[in-house]
Design a protein around this ligand. Sequence first.
Ligand code: AMP
Ligand code: ZN
Length: 117
Amino acid sequence: MAGEPQDDCLFCKIVAGHVPATIVRETETTVAFRDINPQAPTHVLIIPRAHHKDAAALAVADPALAADLLREAQAVADEEKLDSYRVVFNTGAGAGQTVFHTHAHVLGGRGLEWPPG
Ligand code: AMP
Ligand code: ZN
């Protein structure tokens, strides 16, 4: 069922505390932790505690929770003292999504080229 923890999901395991992560912020509905393979000086992932497969599915199932992720992106940027940052939701394997539990990448602390690759 939408939102329920999935046994085979890495990020559900991080939410449950069964897989360690370097957590930088937590709210009632979200967890933010450092990406294990950072692509910028600040590279934080923000996930909903509830399991949804990607940002689009989350927005349909629970728009308020989708908004929580965006609010948390700014909160992470504030804590990391980032004036500018990029939020990325890779959606679908062809776009590089490898973990099918919604996550916002927050990237900053270096120049960010546009358009991205
Ligand atoms: P994506 O490719 O958009 O699905 O992003 C998944 C991200 O999760 C990648 O940037 C990985 O480096 C990151 N990642 C994978 N395993 C872990 C982990 N155990 N802790 C933190 N980040 C992870
Ligand atoms: Zn999950």
